[in-house]
Write a protein that binds this ligand. Structure first.
Ligand SMILES: [Zn+2]
Length: 105
């Protein structure tokens, strides 16, 4: 599955960055619909959790989830193949299914 660098939209009117994208800026007294896309290739892990699959459930293996503070500002929820540590610097990508992936770097 192909992956690309995660892109975070930033409002051209007030500078707010957010993910996922919305049509209009949610910030009070802004509401602009004018965005610049900013690559967010990396970030720092804030919290982690693991979703353990039950025996017999579809799909094998545990799913590691982390909240990652991107360099652009917003926190994104990312999957990873291995457990990550809080505070760890990670690279961020997004796949064709719009899932965000974090990898230690
Ligand atoms: Zn705005």
């Amino acid at each position: 599955m192909s992956e690309t660098v995660l892109v975070i939209p930033r409002c051209n009117a007030c500078g707010e960055a957010l993910f996922p994208a919305r049509y209009r800026c949610p910030r009070p007294r802004c509401g602009a619909a004018d965005w610049t896309s900013e690559p967010a290739a990396g970030g720092a892990v804030e919290e982690t959790t693991v979703v353990r699959h039950r025996v017999g459930a579809q799909g094998a293996g545990d799913v590691y989830l982390s909240s990652v503070r991107t360099q652009a500002g917003p926190v994104v929820i990312a999957r990873s193949d291995t457990a990550l540590r809080e505070g760890e610097r990670v690279a961020l990508t997004i796949d064709e299914a719009m899932r965000v992936w974090a990898r230690a770097r």
